[in-house]
Design a protein around this ligand. Structure first.
Ligand SMILES: *Cc1c(COP(=O)(O)O)cnc(C)c1O
Length: 377
């Protein structure tokens, strides 16, 4: 046979990435069990409590109006599933695009043949409320608005509260890609009036990759019946199976990943819930930025635009700098960072989400200093 090398590297890297990210040993250990997708120990015992907990985390007082659908695949599959099912043939979607994930929704809308309109803000600009309102007035046929909450491309936190208020005022149904923020930034989708919130297992809840989820208004899910543009990405179909068959997934469920996710939810609660996690991420991000600035690095975005999720830094202008060398120099010291994703500026990114402590941020900063000495001597 082909020799397949053991996947285990010599060291356990700390992943400072937007996911898959550093998980706890106990989350990984939860996967050491096989489950039957058909059995109630799994469906009623694990899937249903996970769905209920996600609704509880998404809204404190409006839980009865919302329900949760889990779906196989990475986060992108879930965004595509929601867009493909939520927008009817007579409806029109406005997409706010200020980064790669906003652009990805535009691409989906195009491929799905949705009646849509885009506001292209550029990758380093915050969506402008007046411009959004202007578009809604100019195009009264717009029924839905889709926006990314934390644009992971840059780490920018988009103005969800303000956009949600505008949508409530004008009766626009709001779809939020909260992939990289849900679980790490407090929000109450019931208060905000969000119709569909989308996130995935391997971001701020700190599970492993393999599925994503939607927390949506029940009546919005009901309205998706018969609207799917694909067999497997059928939001209502998946919801209906889970609701009527006690947590059963339509097709093979990523059982081990769901067990890890259930453990990750317990650990989120033990940490003190979303507000405590938000505090840890924020403190780590501040520590990171201050330390990197002391080493001469400059963040791409102004501080007040920043999320605590991920930070983009300008690449050094030193002629000896190459991202690949910098990456390897850090990896050799046990830290994995992320390439940049904006087209107008040469950047790299460092993620704050995952099981990462302030002491590990300090260790990273020491490793960055050493890497700089090595490659830019
Ligand atoms: C991670 C992420 C996604 C989904 O990416 P996948 O690679 O499909 O998991 C979508 N939107 C945002 C903002 C993200 O951070």
């Amino acid at each position: 046979m082909t020799e397949i090398p053991a996947a285990r590297p010599a060291v356990d890297y700390l992943l400072l990435t937007p996911g898959p990210l550093t998980t706890t040993a106990t989350v990984r250990a939860a996967m050491l069990q096989d489950s039957c997708t058909w059995d109630s120990d799994y469906n009623l015992g694990v899937v249903e409590p996970v769905r209920r907990e996600l609704v509880r985390l998404a809204t404190a007082r409006h839980g009865a109006d919302y329900s949760c659908v889990l779906l196989q695949g990475s986060g992108t599959y879930v965004v595509e599933c929601v867009l493909g099912c939520a927008i009817g043939k007579q409806e029109r979607l406005l997409i706010i695009n200020n980064g790669a994930y906003g652009a990805r929704m535009v691409e989906m809308a195009r491929l799905l043949g949705l009646n849509h309109l885009e506001i292209d803000c550029g990758e380093t600009q915050r969506p402008n409320l007046a411009e959004i309102e202007q578009q809604l007035i100019a195009h009264p046929d717009i029924t839905h608005l889709a926006m990314v909450h934390c644009e992971t491309t840059t780490g920018m936190l988009n103005p969800l509260d303000e956009v949600a208020a505008l949508c409530r005022l004008r009766g626009i149904r709001l779809i939020v890609d909260a992939m990289s923020s849900f679980g790490g930034i407090p929000m109450d989708i019931g208060e905000l009036g969000v119709e569909f919130l989308i996130s995935s297992a391997n971001k701020c809840i700190q599970g492993v990759p393999g599925f994503g989820f939607v927390v949506a208004r029940r009546r919005a899910l009901e309205a998706c019946a018969g609207r799917a543009r694909s067999l497997s990405l059928d939001l209502h179909g998946q919801w209906h199976a889970m609701e009527t068959q006690g947590g059963k997934w339509r097709f093979t469920s990523p059982t081990h990943v769901v067990l890890a996710f259930a453990q990750a939810l317990r650990e989120l609660e033990l940490e003190g819930g979303i507000s405590a996690r938000h505090r840890r991420y924020s403190e780590n991000q501040q520590r990171l930025v201050e330390g990197m600035e002391r080493l001469g690095f400059r963040p791409l975005l102004a501080r007040h635009w920043h999320s605590p999720i991920i930070t983009a830094f300008h690449s050094p202008t030193h002629p000896g700098y190459r991202f690949a060398d910098f990456y390897q120099a850090l990896k050799g010291q046990g830290f994995v960072i992320y390439p940049g994703k904006v087209s107008q500026a040469d950047c790299f990114r460092i993620g704050n989400i995952g099981d990462v402590s302030p002491a590990q941020i300090d260790a990273l900063l020491a490793a960055v200093a050493k890497a700089c000495e090595q490659i830019m001597a």
